[in-house]
Design a protein around this ligand. Structure first.
Ligand code: PPS
Length: 300
C-alpha cells in the first residue's frame, strides 16, 4: 500500500510546488495531509530523525536503529528502512491500513523533513528525543538535484543552473535549507535534540555513534560500535536492499538515472558548482547565515 500511495502522487514542476505554510514549499501530497499531520500523536518514547532532505537521513536512521537495538543488526536486515522509520509527512492517517506509524509498536522511529516550527506539537509536548542531522548546503544542493532527477514524485528539477537558483531561494520541497538548519539549531538546547553533522559522521563515525549511544541511553561495547560502523558504511548501505531503496519501482525511484546511494562524499559540490555559482553562493551564504548559527565544513 505504501508503494501504491507513492504511485498515486502526480509529478509537478518546481513552479507548481505549493507555497505551503509560512512560505515553506511542499509537494501537494504533504499539504493534502496537513491537518492530520499536525494532529499526529507522538508518544514519549518515539525517536524522531529530522533533516533537510539529502542531509544523511537514511544514514542516521540506520545508525539510530542499530544503536537502539544495542548493536544487534539482525532486526535491520529483514525490514526496509522506510518501514522501520516511516516518513511522517507521507504517513497516511487511519483508516488507511497504515500498519506503519499509527499501528506500530513502541518505541517508534520516525523520519521527518519538517522545519522545527512546523512539527506536529505533540513531539514537543511529549518531550520526544529528536536527532537532527545537518549537511553543508553545497553538497546538499547537489545531492538534492540528482535526487530530483531520479525521484519521479519530486518536481522536474530543470537543469543544474535552474535548480541551483531554486535551492538558493528556498523554492524547493521543504523550503529553505538556511531556515531549516538555523531553525533547528536555535531550538537544540530548549528540547531533547541531538544536533549532528554529516561531515562529522563521515570524519569519525565512532565518535558520532558514541554521541548517539549517550543520547539514547544505550551502552555499546567496542565490538558493537565496530559492527555499526561496518553495517552503516556507504559501501554496505549501497549494496543492502533494506537501505538502498532498490525495492521501489523505477516509476518512483529511477536508479538508472542516479542511484539513491550516489556518492556519499563531502565536497562533491566541486564537481558541479561553476566559479560564478560558488561566488554567488558564498555571498548569499554570508548574508543568510548568522554567526550564532551552526558552522559547516564544505570539505574534510
Ligand atoms: S532523503 O531522500 O532525504 O532521505 O536522503 P538522505 O538519506 O537524507 O540523503 C542521501 C544522501 O546521503 C548519502 N548517504 C551516505 N553517505 C555516506 N555514508 C552513508 N552510509 C550514507 N548513506 C546515505 C547518500 O549517498 C546521498 O548523498 P549523495 O551526495 O547524493 O551521494
Amino acid at each position: 500500500w505504501f508503494i501504491e500511495s507513492l504511485q498515486s502522487m502526480k509529478r509537478i514542476s518546481l513552479e507548481e510546488l505549493v507555497d505551503g505554510v509560512g512560505g515553506v514549499c511542499f509537494v501537494p501530497s504533504v499539504m493534502e495531509r496537513w491537518r492530520e499531520l499536525q494532529e499526529f500523536q507522538a508518544r514519549p518514547d518515539d525517536t524522531l530523525i529530522a533533516t533537510f532532505p539529502k542531509a544523511g537521513t537514511s544514514w542516521a536512521i540506520e545508525m539510530v536503529d542499530v544503536v537502539r537495538r544495542g548493536g544487534d543488526i539482525s532486526g535491520c536486515l529483514q525490514i526496509p528502512s522506510m518501514m522501520r522509520a516511516p516518513f511522517l509527512e507521507l504517513n497516511p492517517p487511519p483508516p488507511f491500513p497504515s500498519g506503519q506509524l499509527h499501528n506500530q509498536p513502541s518505541p517508534r522511529l520516525i523520519k521527518t523533513h519538517l522545519p522545527f516550527h512546523l512539527l506536529p506539537p505533540s513531539f514537543v509536548d511529549q518531550n520526544c528525543k529528536m536527532v537532527y542531522v545537518a549537511r553543508n548546503a553545497k553538497d546538499t544542493a547537489v545531492s538534492y538535484f540528482h535526487f530530483h532527477r531520479m525521484n519521479k514524485k519530486l518536481p522536474e528539477p530543470g537543469d543544474w543552473n535552474q535548480f541551483f537558483d531554486s535551492f538558493l531561494t528556498g523554492q524547493v520541497a521543504w523550503g529553505s535549507w538556511f531556515d531549516h538548519v538555523t531553525g533547528w539549531w536555535k531550538e537544540k538546547n530548549n528540547h531533547r535534540i541531538l544536533y549532528l553533522f554529516f561531515e562529522d559522521i563521515k570524519e569519525n563515525p565512532a565518535r558520532e555513534i558514541a554521541k548517539l549511544s549517550n543520547f539514547l541511553s544505550k551502552k555499546l561495547d567496542r565490538e558493537a560500535v565496530d559492527r555499526i560502523i561496518e553495517h552503516t558504511s556507504f559501501k554496505n548501505m549501497k549494496q543492502n536492499p533494506m537501505t538502498n531503496f532498490s525495492l521501489l519501482p523505477a516509476n518512483i525511484f529511477d536508479q538508472s538515472v542516479s542511484p539513491f546511494m550516489r556518492k556519499g562524499e563531502v565536497g562533491d559540490w566541486k564537481n558541479m558548482f561553476t566559479v560564478a555559482q560558488n561566488e554567488r553562493f558564498e555571498k548569499e551564504y554570508r548574508q543568510l547565515m548568522s554567526d550564532r548559527g551552526p558552522s559547516f565544513r564544505m570539505e574534510l
